[in-house]
Design a protein. Structure first.
Length: 99
């Protein structure tokens, strides 16, 4: 299995209301990906991070294998979600590791 953790900051000027709406849209999109992409075992989006964090939003997901993660990353539905939600995000950081 592979744990895939991605975190971002919002671009400067994004309001709290925009962040809330964006997170809801992102969660809905992620829920849809779980239904249509094989190999996803779990997906959790964290938006209420501690003040000590240097990121605004974090995705924690688990995949059956490295091949499943690779397929997810190029899947058309994931690409569509990335294009939609990526407009407000910057400073992407990613960690993948075998579990």
């Amino acid at each position: 299995m592979v744990r895939h953790i991605v975190s971002w900051n919002y671009k400067d000027g994004v309001t709290d209301e925009e962040k809330k709406t964006h997170a809801q849209m992102m969660q809905a999109g992620l829920d849809g990906l779980e239904q249509c992409i094989d190999g996803i075992l779990e997906v959790t989006l964290y938006t209420d991070l501690c003040a000590s964090s240097n990121r605004d939003i974090m995705l924690d997901s688990l995949f059956e294998s490295e091949a499943a993660l690779a397929a997810y990353q190029v899947h058309p539905e994931h690409q569509k979600l990335t294009a939609t939600v990526g407009a407000l995000l910057q400073d992407r950081a990613c960690v993948d590791y075998l579990v």
